[in-house]
Write a protein that binds this ligand. Structure first.
Ligand code: GLN
Length: 479
């Protein structure tokens, strides 16, 4: 019976009585045990999940109006606050910290009857592309356990990939939902900046961060996004644009005008087979009557540096609150002198990559270098934004690879941060300009690993984006 093809199919079975929330939770709990060695979940809450399942089963039997996510088994990334549950950003500095409130996204999931069963491992403070930066050890890709699942939402991706839950929440500052989805052969959706509230999401780069959804299919992600999106008094950057029912996008027959940036496919770092699969797909789409425009994008080599200047600057400011004074890790013996006290807490509490980024961010914001780096990067961001406006006056959706390679080996890139950063080349664009992006698992590499196609649309056009993504998944997926 489990897993179901879609959440809708599962809910139909719930309502015709052929399954129950309790059975669903028991199945997923058994899966979390079976695949515990993948390290995708830092915490599982069997008792609580079973209690909630039983309560929902009773409510259904009593004829209570069900929530949109009635009985849906979910896991959430360890940067998203869930009241009275551990929240550590996979960092030693927050080890044993428990959240005292719910993120808005979590609040909305719970209000619609979802069952959260666990918390996903991730790169520390969502900084990374491989999940190797977690203080709780790396996550393994179920398709090849010697390989990374991608990051930073690696645990959220593997939880869906290994069927430890129906859907998961991740966060995407520069690709952290789309890239692990790509490496794990699942769907990843990063909404427009301002579509989902960031209240209760541990901040990394506040002008980039968005909560996103990882799922087995587009329909499930659309359903979850319909629930978590929308205005929120706790986050003034969330848009008040009404939230459509994104599930209406599914089975869309629209034929949007498509486009791709020439330079993304000719880039030297791109794996040959990934390139060829994209070119063949474009040819196939053209043959099927799609208009596909080739566009110029000469700023390609600026996007990764711009992203890393701006996000590290924002991170250096956001992470200054972890000082060991109010909460979090405190080094012992406690230092008497204040600077030494901060320094000991932060040097022992933060991992290497987080420290590297705090230092880089502090440097680009420092008096003598501010204009050369931070101001310059803001100017490039503005240019990219303006160019994006023009691009989407010509096309409806932009096609791009998600990552230049398939899932790499654990340890392969961890000693070379620059190489790791450069691999974000295709994902950071959407965050720099704030547009929505999805990764759909269309392709299979001859090395046996999956890889995806990335689709992007203009701001707040998730509906057309998901419609196209669903259509391509159903008609263009290599078997
Ligand atoms: N890999 C990118 C980084 O390390 C993206 C991370 C993210 O989206 N959270 O910054």
């Amino acid at each position: 019976m489990y897993p179901f093809a879609t959440i809708k199919a599962y809910q139909q079975q719930l309502f015709n009585g052929t399954t129950s929330c309790k059975q669903a939770v028991e199945y997923y709990l058994a899966q979390t045990k079976k695949f515990a060695h993948l390290n995708a979940l830092l915490h599982v809450f069997p008792k609580e999940a079973l209690q909630r399942a039983a309560a929902l089963d009773e409510q259904r039997a009593a004829g209570k109006q069900p929530g949109k996510l009635h009985g849906v088994v979910v896991t959430v990334k360890d940067v998203i606050a869930w009241e009275q549950h551990p929240l550590s950003a996979s960092s030693n500095i927050l080890r044993n910290f428990h959240s005292i409130y719910n993120a808005t996204a979590v609040q909305k999931l719970l209000a619609e009857d979802a069952i959260i069963i666990g918390i996903n491992n991730c790169d520390e403070f969502a900084m990374g592309s491989s999940n190797e930066n977690s203080a709780f050890g790396p996550v393994k890709n179920k398709l090849d356990e010697s390989r990374v699942p991608g990051g930073s939402s690696g645990g959220s991706a593997v939880a869906v990939q290994a069927d430890l839950c129906m859907v998961s929440l991740g966060s995407d500052t520069g690709g952290s939902v789309r890239q692990p989805a790509d490496f794990c052969g699942i769907v990843g959706v990063k909404p427009s900046y301002g579509r989902v509230s960031r209240h209760g999401l541990i901040a990394y780069g506040s002008s980039f961060d968005q909560i996103g959804v990882l799922s087995q299919n587009v329909e499930d992600a659309a359903l979850v996004l319909s629930v978590i999106a929308g205005a929120d008094d706790y986050d003034s950057t969330v848009s008040t644009i009404p939230v459509p029912d994104y599930t209406a996008a599914v089975s869309s027959t629209a034929k949007p005008v498509l486009g791709y940036f020439k330079q993304t496919l000719t880039h030297a770092g791109l794996d040959e087979e990934i390139r060829n699969s994209h070119i063949s797909l474009i040819e196939k789409l053209k043959a099927d009557g799609y208009e596909v425009k080739e566009l110029d994008f000469d700023l390609i080599d600026y996007i990764v540096p711009t992203y890393y200047v701006l996000t590290t600057a924002e991170a250096s400011s956001n992470l200054s609150r972890y000082d060991g004074v109010r909460y979090g890790y405190r080094s012992t013996p406690v230092r008497e002198e204040l600077t030494e006290f901060y320094s000991a807490n932060r040097s022992e509490g933060f991992g290497k990559e987080v420290q590297r980024r705090i230092m880089l961010g502090t440097f680009v914001l420092s008096a003598g270098y501010y204009d050369a780096y931070y101001t310059k990067a803001q100017q490039v961001r503005r240019k990219l934004y303006d160019q994006t406006k023009l691009v989407f006056s010509e096309i409806d959706a932009l096609l791009m690879p998600v990552s230049p390679s398939t899932a790499f080996k654990i340890g392969e890139k961890s000693s070379n941060p620059i190489e790791m950063y450069l691999a974000d080349i295709y994902t950071v664009f959407a965050n720099l300009v704030g547009i929505p992006g999805v990764s759909i698992p269309l392709f299979q590499h001859s090395n046996g690993l999956p890889f995806g196609l990335q689709l992007m649309a203009k701001h707040f056009d998730e509906l057309s984006l998901l419609g196209l993504a669903d259509h391509l998944m159903k008609h263009y997926k290599a078997s």
